[in-house]
Design a protein around this ligand. Structure first.
Ligand SMILES: Cc1cc2nc3c(=O)[nH]c(=O)nc-3n(C[C@H](O)[C@H](O)[C@H](O)COP(=O)(O)OP(=O)(O)OC[C@H]3O[C@@H](n4cnc5c(N)ncnc54)[C@H](O)[C@@H]3O)c2cc1C
Length: 439
């Protein structure tokens, strides 16, 4: 029997669950279809040998949209903020990272003049209106904002750290700087990992009547036939609905639409490039060097942080859960073995002998961190979740005009829900007015 719903949400990641929770406050019938065994998408956490491993390092921005949207939905966010500090490393030499007030004045990375310049640039970032940077790449902005090469390189490090984007010449300064501003407002590492967000969203959605179906791959979205979408699943079943919110990646959406997409939409979806990286997620019985908690490469695009120092990620408080990460450039050709060696060698420098203490580890040579490298002008194409195909809406970390990562996923999920509700209201009003007697 063909199932019929008011709304089908394709994808059970952050965007899909946020949309489902906002829509569940109405009397519309909603089904969320997820191809995976469980929901969560890239926000899932795997419990491996009693250790909670996020898919790579995950930090929630305290000033970002995701946090306020999740709190608005009643999601409890428990965790702690890492202390500012750690090391920046170049050519095997490590320097105090000038991120804390003490390190501003003591780090040997900067000379006196560079210190003053760095403090002035950080104050500038805090005050700047990112809207004014809409026409510039991040690289162009950095070259204007910094005079010295050292301060330039610090802005590139902070850019990578806060956005995961490693293509300064291609990315929009507006999105980079607004995300950087959010990151400077502090982050949270979450107890139990990001799965705790997903589990709460999942339970709330179910309690409000949303139907959630995992192990369900949508193969085809056939736009409104007589006002109804036809979705074809991998097992051949069909689902019909009035609205669809698609939260898959842009290329997957293109495939699902096949020849039914409009040329403009298909073209846009095809040219979206992802932000990628490699991650080494490790749990140790102890840290060989307990003082080393955070480090970044200065020219090497590498990251290291011990998340369990601030969040409960293991049942044994002596254990350490850490992430080592490489930011891939969009033009990189990735060779798994050499990336793995690079990440392990970075960890060797920071935690010599770590291999003796391994409880569990996972290496992923290429993972999509954000489905869209935010480029100049993208925002104009993404102002609305509504697409050219009537009643097809998009959400996901690529689908927000001005945010990326979890902030982009959550805000676009909320926006798609709100646009559907507005559409319903205007259709209901039009139907009501049509039924009014005329004089
Ligand atoms: C290594 C790494 C580090 C990160 N660090 C941070 C961070 O520090 N801070 C931050 O804010 N964000 C971070 N992120 C980004 C954040 O995890 C994502 O932006 C967010 O989880 C994306 O949510 P989403 O719903 O847009 O997409 P996804 O999580 O990808 O969800 C989409 C879902 O749709 C499903 N799907 C796709 N196609 C179909 C189909 N045809 N049929 C059915 N189901 C389908 C997928 O299985 C998936 O579950 C990081 C991501 C990674 C990978």
């Amino acid at each position: 029997m063909t199932q019929k719903w008011d709304i089908v949400i394709v994808g059970g990641g952050l965007a899909g669950y946020v949309a489902a929770n906002y829509l569940s406050k109405t009397n519309l019938s909603i089904i969320l279809l997820e191809k995976g065994k469980k929901g969560g998408g890239r926000a899932r956490t795997n419990k491996m040998k009693e250790q909670y491993l996020n898919l790579g390092p995950h930090a929630l921005y305290k000033k970002g949209k995701a946090k306020s949207i999740l709190e608005d939905l009643g999601i409890h966010l428990q965790g702690r903020s890492p202390k500012l500090g750690g090391k920046f490393i170049e050519n095997n030499i490590d320097y105090a990272a000038p991120l804390s007030p003490l390190a501003f004045f003591t780090t040997s990375l900067l000379n006196g003049k560079e210190r003053m310049e760095w403090v002035a640039v950080l104050l500038k970032v805090l005050r700047i209106d990112p809207e004014k940077l809409a026409e510039q790449s991040y690289q162009q902005w950095v070259k204007q904002a910094a005079h010295s090469k050292k301060v330039e390189s610090l802005l590139y490090i902070l850019g990578r750290l806060s956005t995961y984007c490693h293509a300064p010449g291609r990315v929009s300064a507006k999105v980079m700087v607004s995300t950087l501003k959010n990151a400077l407002g502090g982050v949270l590492y979450l107890d139990g990992g990001w799965q705790t967000i997903i589990d709460q969203l999942h339970n709330k959605a179910i309690l409000s009547g949303v139907q959630i179906q995992s192990h369900t791959l949508v193969k085809q979205i056939d736009p409104a036939l007589q006002g109804e979408f036809k979705l074809i699943l991998a097992n051949g079943e069909e689902i019909h609905s009035k609205y669809v919110i698609c939260t898959s990646g842009p290329h997957e959406l293109n495939e699902m639409l096949a020849e039914k997409g409009t040329p403009y939409l298909k073209n846009f979806l095809a040219q979206v490039t992802a932000v990628r990286g490699a991650t080494l997620d490790v749990a140790l019985t102890q840290l060989p060097n307990p003082k080393r908690l955070f480090a970044m490469g200065i020219t090497d695009p590498l990251y290291y942080s011990v998340h369990s120092t601030y969040a409960h990620l293991s049942n044994d408080p002596k254990n350490a859960v850490l992430h080592v990460f490489k930011y891939h450039h969009s033009d990189d050709t990735i060779e798994g073995t050499s990336v793995k060696n690079e990440l392990e060698q970075f960890l060797d420098k920071l935690q010599p002998g770590w291999q003796q203490y391994v409880i569990t580890r996972r290496f992923i040579p290429t993972i999509t961190v954000n489905q869209r490298l935010p480029q100049i002008g993208d925002e104009l194409k993404l102002l609305r979740s509504k697409t050219e195909i009537p009643r097809l809406y998009i959400a996901g970390d690529w689908a927000s005009p001005d945010s990326i990562l979890a902030d982009g996923a959550a805000s676009s999920g909320k926006q798609a829900a709100e646009e559907i509700l507005l559409n319903e209201m205007s259709e209901n009003r039009a139907n009501y007015e049509r039924r009014l007697p005329t004089i």
